[in-house]
Design a protein around this ligand. Structure first.
Ligand code: G6P
Length: 362
């Protein structure tokens, strides 16, 4: 398997670099040349008949679900809940009358998610598994499956499965919303927008040397760090924090930036790294004012901002893409920061301590 890594020192870096290709594969598999979406009509009908969608997942896939909620609610007008599988398993919420379950899982084997699917099947509710592994348990046991076609993900820390899941959720939301005759869906040219995303991702991975410098400068020796944001940027912050902590062991929190002042800001000391994600137009100003609050307590703030929202001095500027798809770009520098911080600290990035690629026990 050394050979499969090719010139790459680690799978994680290879898989980060593969993400533009993952976007293009999804377009090719799911969108016809005329723009029509190639997803089973029965599945789309089932989803559109649901009163509420329940996304169930673990780890990074759960974070892809947080973004999925934004997509399904904004593009299809369907109320959507996102649940951590191990929580849902023993404490399910009160369900809507016509629920539809969406399982997000790279491996298709996560025990916590499998347990929830068994329960859902006992109840007799319809389900969809979005996974990277054909014929996996969660794929076989769900009513429907959509595959990510991302190629095997080997590094324990998930990267391309996260962006693949979000892109496929966007394609699915487009198809659902179009059939519901929702303007926002009809106007959303998902193939074109994902092509812009692929190009933007390429520009970001090509600029990895700059990210490496920031990792060296800001994260190499810190004990803790924060990612902050609001709305969709809070979703990104949570995944970004998980990436950094799992491969570099820097204690990192992904926090809703407006909530910091209600307690957690007490943790900010001189030079605590705070990385602010700013891709959401509605909340950009508010997150910037939250960064002033942590700057006043001595934090070192790094800004990751979309081009149209960036100001002079922002360290990482993201190419402009559709407002619903900004997580696909914003996560790339965060993955790279995690990767280079781990290298700086001398760890095996692909095999972080205490972790497994797929957790098949509850
Ligand atoms: C493990 C992995 C994580 C992954 C999670 C869910 O904890 O270390 O990277 O996100 O399982 O895995 P799944 O295969 O269900 O997406």
């Amino acid at each position: 398997s050394e050979a499969e890594k090719g010139a790459y020192p680690y799978y994680m870096l290879k898989e980060i670099d593969e993400q533009p290709g993952v976007m293009r594969n999804l377009i090719e598999h799911y969108i016809a040349d005329d723009g029509s979406i190639k997803i089973d009509e029965k599945l789309l009908k089932g989803l559109n008949q649901a009163q509420r969608l329940y996304i169930v997942a673990a780890g990074t896939s759960y974070h892809a679900g947080l973004v999925g909620k934004e997509l399904f609610e904004r593009v299809t007008n369907t109320p959507t809940e996102v649940h951590v599988a191990s929580e849902f398993a023993y404490n399910p919420p009160l369900l809507a009358e016509r629920p539809f379950f969406i399982f997000l899982t790279q491996s298709g084997e996560t025990a916590d998610s499998r347990q929830v699917l068994s329960q859902v099947n006992e109840w007799g509710y319809p389900s969809l598994t979005i996974t990277n592994v054909a014929n996996s348990t969660l794929s076989r046991e769900a009513t429907y499956t959509l595959l990510l076609y991302a190629g095997p993900e080997i590094a324990v820390a998930s990267t391309k499965a996260y962006t693949g899941q979000i892109a496929l959720e966007a394609i699915l939301a487009k198809a659902m919303g179009e059939r519901k005759d929702i303007d926002k869906a009809k106007e959303f040219d998902v193939a074109k927008e994902l092509t812009f995303v692929a190009n933007g991702m390429q520009a970001l991975v090509d600029g990895k040397a700059e990210i490496e410098e920031i990792a060296k400068d800001v994260l190499a020796t810190t004990r803790n760090a924060f990612y902050i944001g609001r709305s969709i940027d809070y979703d990104i912050a949570q995944e970004a924090a998980l990436k950094l902590k799992e491969v570099s062991y820097v204690q990192t929190e992904g926090f809703a930036s407006g909530e910091l002042k209600h307690g957690t800001i007490a943790l900010i000391e001189k030079d605590t790294p705070v990385i602010a994600i700013i891709t959401d137009e509605k909340t950009a100003k508010h997150t910037r004012s939250n960064t002033q609050e942590v700057l006043a307590r001595g934090a070192r703030v790094i800004y990751i901002a979309s081009r149209q929202l960036a100001v002079a001095g922002d360290q990482i500027v993201l190419p402009e893409v559709h407002p619903l798809l900004t997580p696909l770009l914003a996560i790339i520098p965060c993955q790279l920061l995690a990767y280079y911080t781990s290298l700086q600290r001398g760890y095996d990035v692909d095999k972080p301590r205490n972790l497994a690629k797929s957790v098949t026990v509850e």
